[in-house]
Design a protein around this ligand. Structure first.
Ligand code: 5RP
Length: 229
């Protein structure tokens, strides 16, 4: 699928998901090119229908800037008790709704927003759907203080680590950390790997989002928009 076609599908999924957003909701908004279409649609609704939300929390400075450009006031997650709904993109989604996220490097904020949301909806084009998690490197955010040790440990464990780069420099996250992408394809036991990473000192967060999503909106090449729950 070329980029133009993929963007067409991303927009279809995003506009469909925007229908789930009701006035006075406390809304979580994710990050990425699919979410950019969602924010544009919310902006349109604000302008044309006067959509007002009780709170809006987002997961990157990029999404924050876009939301603010449409006149939404963006809140800090810590000031909002629980979000009603979060809509986000994903890099891969398995049949059981486990996902890989963090392609844009915003995984730590994304996971914090997801676990503090009553309902989590992911919006994707059909190319992101897989039977078992595969086909995308798994991002792991690590503290600079022990990042070299983490990298060597992942090498020794056979997890095929690669530094995420921007140009020839290491990618730096919102929180000043680095990202190591693990190249394991497919991920044989996601829960086992998540447990290992959760217990590795120096790992801030990882892109395995297991059991966190309730609904997936998938745009298909044939124009169908599937709402899977
Ligand atoms: C960012 C993410 C994004 O949701 C994911 O990478 C999908 O992005 P896109 O909609 O641009 O394909 O997890 O950290």
């Amino acid at each position: 699928m070329d980029k133009e076609e993929q963007d067409r599908l991303k927009k279809l999924a995003a506009v469909k998901a925007a229908e789930l957003v009701k006035p006075k909701m406390k809304l979580g908004v994710g990050t990425g090119s699919t979410v950019a279409f969602l924010i544009a649609e919310l902006g349109r609704r604000k302008k044309e229908e006067g959509l007002e939300l009780a709170a809006v929390v987002t997961t990157s400075s990029r999404s924050k800037k876009q939301l603010e450009s449409y006149g939404f006031q963006v809140d800090e997650l810590a000031t909002v008790d629980q979000l009603d709904l979060t809509i986000d993109g994903a890099d891969r989604i398995a049949a059981n709704f486990d996902g890989i996220k963090g392609g844009g490097g915003a995984l730590t904020m994304e996971k914090n927003v997801a676990v503090n949301s009553r309902q989590v909806v992911w919006i994707v084009d059909e190319s992101k759907m897989v039977d078992h998690l595969s086909g995308f490197p798994l991002p792991v955010e690590v503290l600079p203080i022990s990042c070299e040790q983490n990298f060597k440990l992942f090498q020794a464990e056979g997890l095929n680590p690669k530094w995420r780069l921007t140009g020839n420099k290491r990618f730096v996250t919102h929180y000043g950390n680095y990202i190591i992408d693990l190249n394991i394809d497919p991920i044989p036991v996601p829960s086992g790997l998540a447990d290992y990473l959760d217990h590795t000192v120096g790992v801030v967060e990882h892109g395995l989002f297991l059991g966190m999503c309730n609904e997936v909106i998938i745009a298909h090449v044939n124009g169908n928009i599937e709402d899977r729950k």
